[in-house]
Design a protein around this ligand. Structure first.
Ligand code: FAD
Length: 410
């Protein structure tokens, strides 16, 4: 195939797609357009090593900088795709260039969600390397008030404590990480933070977060409670970056809608990563992930789909988080009401929690047991059902239950 493929977004999904197109033998032009001014990097490091200052941005690159030119990938940084003509197959770039395409991949990712009111100077968000310096300064000035107890908020709390700063978390939900883990694990996460001196106040409905003067912020809850701090981080989740797709008339609904082969509603236009909401036959509906490995795999699969190679894998979402040196991995769709079996013990920080729905494994959370988590992903994909007593039986190695030809992503 010759011609030109344009990729909007040089995060992990876009960069992996570009790389995969080349390794799969595509010989046409590849233009990878990225709004950030830094080569594709490992975003999960932003709230961990990069914020802590234990690693510099150039040590977080997905590939050495010369990789892109060496592989004949035209990487255009600090440039955005501003418009698409889906009928003629053309895009406009912020530097004035107009490019034709045979296929276009939208890998525009997500943006940090903000509070409704315009955020004042001392109220930050964290999404990329450009946000680090200001947040780091806020941590050093301390104390820091963190709004939101999702992955990013909790990781920043842990990093701030590691730097010796004070941090406090205000959470709208009943417990931390409630979107990805069941209640028992959420309580365990709460204790982990308490042990390191971080208090998480749950079920806080905030009315406003304001800057009171040059040195501080004030958060006010709807029930009248108030909190003050030097600065605040708003970490209340991410919103898929769908503006470009929507303007071009491409179907969007909490993400750019794609079928199993990553095709959007416009011919020749594909989407992958945090920006995309993909239909999966396994679940019978569209779903959107916000995890590194999902974005990476989706980028590779979308590239193959662009080249006409059908995608057959079953997507089991999985991710990880590191807080205070503890690595927590999670997979599937653990729901609060499902039966939870704990293998190992929460106290020892070495456990696998299995979420069952009618004896079928639907989700897993592991601390210190990556092998179990790998096996659990396969077992979720194959909808493995066992009596609870067997799931709880530690003498039964989860890896041994995996069918040799399971189709889950590895
Ligand atoms: C601080 C932080 C920590 C995280 N930690 C973890 C973790 O520990 N584990 C985990 O599993 N996941 C983690 N994640 C989530 C993970 O990083 C994301 O799921 C993943 O980066 C998504 O990749 P993506 O390529 O789809 O989108 P993004 O990484 O968002 O990249 C999209 C890129 O496209 C650019 N862009 C947008 N619009 C345009 C346009 N019109 N033209 C050109 N470029 C455009 C954006 O600027 C961005 O550079 C973390 C996320 C954050 C923010």
């Amino acid at each position: 195939m010759t011609g030109q493929i344009v990729i909007a977004g040089a995060g992990v999904a876009g960069a992996t797609a570009a790389r995969t197109l080349r390794t799969a033998g595509y010989t046409g032009r590849i233009v990878l357009v990225g709004a950030e001014d830094c080569a594709p990097y490992r975003r999960p490091m932003v709230s961990k090593d990069l914020l802590a200052g234990t690693r510099t941005a150039d040590r977080s690159f997905l590939e050495p900088e010369k990789h892109w030119a060496e592989n004949d990938i035209d990487l255009r940084l600090a440039t955005t795709v501003t418009d698409i003509d889906t009928e003629r197959g053309r895009v406009w770039l912020s530097d004035g260039a107009v490019l034709g395409y045979d296929s276009l991949l939208l890998a525009t990712g997500a943006r940090a969600r903000r509070l409704e009111q315009h955020p004042p100077v001392r109220v930050r968000t964290l999404r990329g390397v450009a946000d680090i310096a200001a947040l780091r300064e806020a941590i050093e000035t301390g104390p820091l008030l963190i709004v939101g107890a999702g992955l990013v908020g909790l990781e920043v709390a842990a990093t701030a404590r590691g730097l010796g700063a004070e941090a406090r978390v205000l959470n709208a939900a009943a417990g931390p990480l409630d979107r990805v883990v069941p209640q028992a694990i959420s309580a365990w996460v709460q204790d982990l933070h308490a042990e390191h001196g971080v208090r998480i106040d749950n079920e806080v409905r905030l009315a406003a977060v304001e800057q009171i003067d040059a040195h501080g912020v004030l958060a006010t809850a709807t029930d009248g409670r108030t909190w003050t701090a030097s600065s605040a981080l708003v970490a209340i989740g991410a919103e898929p970056d769908t503006a470009l797709a929507r303007t071009a008339g491409i179907a969007v609904d909490d993400g750019i809608l794609v079928d199993e082969q990553y095709r959007t509603s416009a011919p020749g236009v594909f989407a992958a990563g945090d920006a995309a909401r993909r239909f999966t036959a396994h679940r019978g509906r569209h779903e959107r992930g916000e995890h590194w490995n999902s974005a990476l795999t989706q980028g590779a699969e979308a590239a193959k789909s662009i080249l006409g190679q059908p995608v057959t894998d079953i997507e089991i979402p999985w991710g990880w988080s590191t807080q205070y040196g503890v690595n927590l991995q999670f997979a599937g769709w653990p729901q609060p009401h499902e039966e939870l079996i704990i293998r190992g013990s929460l106290e020892s920080r070495n456990f696998t929690a299995l979420a069952l729905s009618d004896s079928t494994l639907v989700g897993a959370i592991a601390v210190g047991r990556p092998k179990d988590l790998r096996a659990a992903r396969e077992l979720i994909a194959t909808r493995t059902a066992l009596p609870s007593t067997e799931w709880a039986d530690e003498s039964l190695d989860l890896a041994e239950l995996v069918q040799p030809h399971s189709h889950a992503r590895r």
